[in-house]
Design a protein around this ligand. Structure first.
Ligand code: DGL
Length: 266
């Protein structure tokens, strides 16, 4: 048993899609979340800067005495996960491997689409992971730089969002039977994405897939939280306006919560 919280990091509100799934699958675990909305989106930034920001988020979570860190951000996973995982002595999970395995499992035709931020797509990491496991797959990758800013600005139900998603996904429509939402912000646009891709296309939520791995690791290292110990409140931190973060978080998670502003060095 280990009653310390699990730490989650993201460039902003996207990692809440992972948190929602964690609350559903592992309701006894306690959460500390840090979203760097003041510097989001990370996707168009240079790798060195993303690496530096990610370390700041990791170091912040370490001050909260977490027992495990989840990179609830594909972009940070693509750039810094390997390095951080090597340096820390607690488990560090990313979202890319679980998303890749789920896509392979889901596809019937072998045609898999990947959508993500400019950094995730240019890193080519999803295609490489999928090809390493199942070289017969046909992977089509597409960068969608406008999606995360739509989510950060809480425009997920706007007509602009519908237009942007429709125009951006056009190159993949009719060409894949499985689409990996390779950015944790994208499940907030899921109904629009599904509508554009068509009902037969299976959407893979990389974050939700990663919660299965969290569960396996908690069991493997025997660090589940004891149910006998009283739950403390989950802690949410943002580098931007806590009210804006809270509005999105309360809507998405369907529960009340408090959000605190913190400054990270820039
Ligand atoms: N949520 C992030 C991801 O999964 C990043 C979005 C961004 O900041 O560009 O890649």
């Amino acid at each position: 048993m280990d009653n310390r919280p699990i730490g989650f990091l993201d460039s902003g509100v996207g990692g809440l899609t992972v948190v929602k799934e964690l609350m559903r699958q592992l309701p006894f675990e306690e959460i500390v979340y840090i979203g760097d909305s003041a510097r989001a989106p990370y996707g168009p930034r240079p790798a060195e800067q993303i690496r530096e920001y990610t370390w700041e988020l990791v170091n912040f979570l370490l001050t909260k005495n977490v027992k495990m860190i989840v990179f609830a951000c594909n972009t940070a996973t693509a750039v810094a996960w390997e390095e951080v995982k090597e340096k820390l002595d607690i488990p560090v999970l990313g979202v890319i491997l679980p998303g890749s395995s789920a896509a392979i499992k889901s596809t019937l035709t072998g045609n898999i689409g990947i959508i993500g931020t400019p950094m995730t797509i240019s890193s080519d990491i999803y295609r490489q992971k999928i090809m390493a496991l199942a070289p017969q797959m046909e992977v089509k990758s597409l960068s969608c730089p406008k999606f995360a800013p739509l989510v950060e600005s809480n425009q997920i139900n706007s007509s602009i969002a519908k237009k942007v998603v429709y125009e951006s996904l056009a190159p993949l429509v009719g060409r894949v039977d499985t689409l990996v939402l390779g950015c944790t912000h994208y499940p907030l646009l899921r109904p629009i994405i599904q509508n554009v891709m068509g009902p037969k296309v299976k959407l893979i939520d990389s974050g939700a897939e990663c919660v299965r791995d969290i569960s396996v690791l908690l069991n493997y290292f025997q660090i589940n939280r004891s149910r006998a110990v009283e739950m403390k409140e989950h802690c949410f931190y943002t580098t931007a306006n806590p009210e804006s973060f809270k509005q999105i978080a309360v809507n998405w998670l369907g529960r009340d919560l408090s959000v605190e502003h913190i400054e990270l060095s820039d």
